[in-house]
Design a protein around this ligand. Structure first.
Ligand SMILES: Nc1ncnc2c1ncn2[C@@H]1O[C@H](COP(=O)(O)OP(=O)(O)OP(=O)(O)O)[C@@H](O)[C@H]1O
Length: 205
């Protein structure tokens, strides 16, 4: 039997002296799609940041068999789409995809196919900073899904996306999981939650 991709036990986080997460337990098996749900401010993004090694916590967190750390070896296996994408000055949309493809090796998609699938062909030669919110989100998702990874961490992937593209993305996430990948996403979108196992967070005591 394969090992879980994520095992978190008794995770506690305080931010600014205020408890945000308290005793959170989570186990995620390979190939699962998990939706972290809950009201604004209950700590969903904070939990995702713990899984990404970007937020320290009490308790134990294991991702892919070891504590998550913000270093290259970890990010070779884990792709994150958070709320603060970083764009490389001077590089176009196409070049951002080429960069990801070049750094991470042969990916799940060719750059041209990713431009088509994420409907970015018409703005391939523009700077990401000149794109609309939804176009930037599609680029962030394309950069994460084009490259090989074992775990996809998504913070509100629905941000800025129109209904048709949300539907397409739901399909792409299902394919990613069918291919053996694991998805943990924070979402407020019932469409994404529909196909996922739910983890409901509540306000820390
Ligand atoms: N750097 C920080 N310092 C102090 N408090 C913070 C910090 N970052 C977040 N918080 C607080 O921690 C709590 C959890 O924030 P978090 O972003 O994890 O919530 P969330 O469940 O993802 O919310 P939303 O659904 O609105 O995105 C909130 O009350 C927030 O105000």
């Amino acid at each position: 039997m394969s090992e879980p991709i994520i095992v978190a036990r008794g995770v506690d986080v305080e931010l600014g002296g205020v408890p945000v997460l308290s005793g959170v337990d989570l186990t995620v098996e390979p190939g699962e799609v998990v939706a972290v749900l809950g009201a604004n401010g209950v700590g969903k993004t904070t939990l995702l940041r713990c899984l990404a090694g970007l937020q320290s916590a009490s308790g134990s967190v294991s991702v892919l068999g070891r504590p998550p750390v913000d270093e290259p070896g970890f990010w070779r296996e884990v792709a994150l789409v958070g709320d603060e994408p970083t764009w490389y000055p001077g590089l176009s949309v196409r070049e951002h995809l080429e960069l990801m493809s070049g750094v991470h090796g042969p990916g799940r998609l060719e750059v041209g196919a990713a431009l088509d699938l994420f409907e970015l062909g018409g703005c391939a030669d523009r700077a990401p900073s000149s794109l609309s919110t939804g176009q930037r989100q599609r680029l962030s998702l394309a950069m994460a899904l084009l490259r090989p990874s074992r775990l996809l961490l998504l913070d509100e992937p629905e941000r800025g996306l129109d209904a048709a593209f949300r539907e397409r993305l739901a399909g792409l996430l299902a394919v990613y999981a069918d291919d053996g990948g694991t998805v943990v996403m924070v979402t407020h979108d019932p469409r994404f939650a529909e196909d996922a196992r739910h983890i409901a967070l509540e306000a820390a005591a």
